[in-house]
Design a protein around this ligand. Structure first.
Ligand code: GLU
Length: 389
């Protein structure tokens, strides 16, 4: 079954600890990583953006600190992560640096992906890194995350990252080649499933019960699939043990399970803005800005006449014209106090007004959904939305 990796533009690759770290020695599998870097370089040469979510910090760090075998206590695994992350970053730097690819380490916590303001910061930083040609290498910031606020597994973290950056493909590389109708270790009749559309109860039953496996088992992979698919991102599960696993997926020769997304990341993101978020304020804009919006451009502070209500950066707001007709909804790049200060001003004045440089846009076009009136004098509450082109 062919899958749409070659058509994808922005690909998140999640790499499990078992692939990266020699089990006994606790050292990086540098040959494997070098082969991966060659595959990443080939994908980038084919105009793909690649983001890596990598496990392995704890596995690398526990040996270097001489921690005991077996399950680590929270403080021990946090110490191991701190010692191991630096080795992990070095291993990626060595492998990707050989292809002159800049590597950027990004450590995130659960709240970075759940709290909108931090979410927007992380999203902007990752987009900027990609725009400058870097490969972000992401892991959970295990050193500060406590048990209650941890992802604990990088499958879900990778899916959240994919959602955050509107990736259209998430690849989970681990030591499992995909989803089976049962557990192939115990059930010889278990059949391999190459293609899944939607994670329903039947599919979930195939993964077994939570607790059947540790972090990185099939249960967390299906949670990841649910997050990815709802964000319009396809997902592949593949065995990454062999060198050049990514290349095998890319040329279609490697076996994998493809979880098919039925919407695009862009549509999913815009539906989320238009439909799921409660607007916290209003921006009244002038005719020039309204025209720019209708042409699919961003909303600049210069065109904002009035800022109503109090909101935080990253909140959803309604954009209205001076007759109070709803024109759009979007995620605003400034809080209400800053928005009031720069409303009506051009970007070269922002620094003097705010004391920092700030973004040029009040609402970036990517974060904006135009409202379509349901008829003349349409009701803002029932109006539908269309994408800014
Ligand atoms: N963040 C952990 C580490 O780097 C890995 C979590 C996981 O295996 O999913 O060691």
């Amino acid at each position: 079954m062919s899958h749409p990796l070659r058509q994808s533009q922005r690909v998140v690759v999640k790499i499990g600890s078992a692939l990266l770290v020699h089990h006994d020695a606790g050292t990086p599998r540098q040959d494997w990583l070098d082969a991966l870097a060659t595959d990443v370089a080939a994908m980038r040469a084919d105009s793909k953006e690649v983001v890596i979510v990598s496990s392995g910090a704890i596995a690398l760090g526990r040996r270097s600190l001489g921690l005991p075998k077996g399950v680590l206590k929270l403080d021990e695994s946090q110490a191991a992560a701190a010692a191991g992350q630096i080795r992990l970053a070095h291993a990626y730097e060595t492998a990707l640096g050989a292809h002159d690819i800049p590597v950027a380490q990004v450590l995130v916590t659960l709240s970075d992906t759940e709290e909108r303001r931090r979410y927007l910061n992380a999203r902007n930083t990752l987009s900027t890194l990609l725009a400058y040609g870097a490969v972000p290498v992401i892991n959970e910031n295990d050193t500060v995350a406590t048990d209650e606020i941890r992802f604990g597994d990088n499958d879900r973290l990778a899916a959240r990252v994919a959602q955050m950056i509107s990736a259209d493909m998430l690849i989970l590389l681990s030591d499992i080649d995909g989803l089976y109708t049962g557990d192939p270790r115990f059930d010889s009749a278990a059949e391999f499933l190459p293609h899944i559309r939607g994670v329903d109860a039947r599919v979930e039953a195939m993964a077994g019960k939570p607790g059947d496996d540790g972090s990185g088992g099939m249960v967390t992979k299906l949670s990841a699939a649910r997050i990815a698919l709802s964000a319009g991102c396809h997902m592949l599960i593949a065995n990454g043990r062999d060198q050049h696993a990514l290349q095998g997926l890319y040329n279609g020769s490697a076996r994998c399970t493809w979880f098919e997304a039925t919407t695009s990341p862009r549509t999913a993101y815009k539906q989320w803005i238009a439909g799921s978020l409660r607007p916290k304020g209003r921006l009244v804009i002038d005719a020039g800005a309204a025209k720019a919006l209708a042409q699919g451009r961003s909303l600049l502070p210069a065109g904002v006449r009035q800022v109503e209500d109090d909101f935080e950066r990253g909140d959803a707001v309604i954009v209205v014209d001076q007759d109070r007709r709803e024109l759009a909804r979007g995620l605003v790049a400034y809080d209400s106090a800053a928005a009031r200060q720069i409303a009506g001003h051009k970007s070269d004045a922002f620094e003097g007004l705010l004391g920092y440089r700030g973004r040029d846009e009040m609402i970036h076009r990517d974060d904006l959904v135009l409202s379509v009136p349901s008829g003349a004098g349409g009701n803002p509450d029932t109006d539908t939305h269309r994408e800014a082109s």
